[in-house]
Design a protein around this ligand. Structure first.
Ligand SMILES: Nc1ncnc2c1ncn2[C@@H]1O[C@H](COP(=O)(O)OP(=O)(O)OP(=O)(O)O)[C@@H](O)[C@H]1O
Length: 118
């Protein structure tokens, strides 16, 4: 984890958690505010079990870190504290892709498709 620059300080010294946005395979995602800059971000909190294989999580961090593109969520940094990995990233306010898809807003679906594949 050191190799990908994960901090071991307390994330709550840098971020104020506002509320939970959702959850995925690895854990919960919270909306948060940077205490220093007031910038709103999304933080994924992944609970790690001792001895757990964390290579796929590491891969997700490395990928986000390396991708700087306006259509890809920006990576702000991460923390490892009390067996929890906090991954801080740009907050996307548009709701989930699933909601958009089920809302059948075809123009949004089409622009997402084009921004990914073109
Ligand atoms: N950067 C973000 N900005 C705003 N909301 C987010 C962000 N990242 C995740 N979310 C919200 O948190 C939920 C969970 O995200 P997460 O990445 O953990 O899982 P997922 O991609 O939905 O599913 P899986 O982990 O199974 O691939 C998402 O459905 C979304 O609503």
């Amino acid at each position: 984890m050191e190799a990908i620059g994960v901090l071991e300080s307390n994330p709550l010294e840098d971020y104020e958690l506002l509320h939970r946005i959702g959850s995925g395979t690895y854990g919960d995602v919270f909306k948060a505010r940077s205490i220093k800059t007031s910038v709103i971000s999304a933080i994924k909190v992944v609970k790690l079990d001792p001895g757990e294989d964390i290579s796929s999580i590491q891969q997700e961090i490395t990928m986000m870190k390396d991708c700087t593109h306006k259509n890809i969520v920006a990576y702000f940094g991460s923390y490892l504290r009390n067996n929890k990995l906090w991954i801080c990233m740009e907050f996307c306010g548009g709701g989930s892709l699933q909601d958009i898809y089920h809302g059948k807003d075809l123009s949004i679906c089409l622009s997402i498709y084009l921004s990914i594949y073109l």
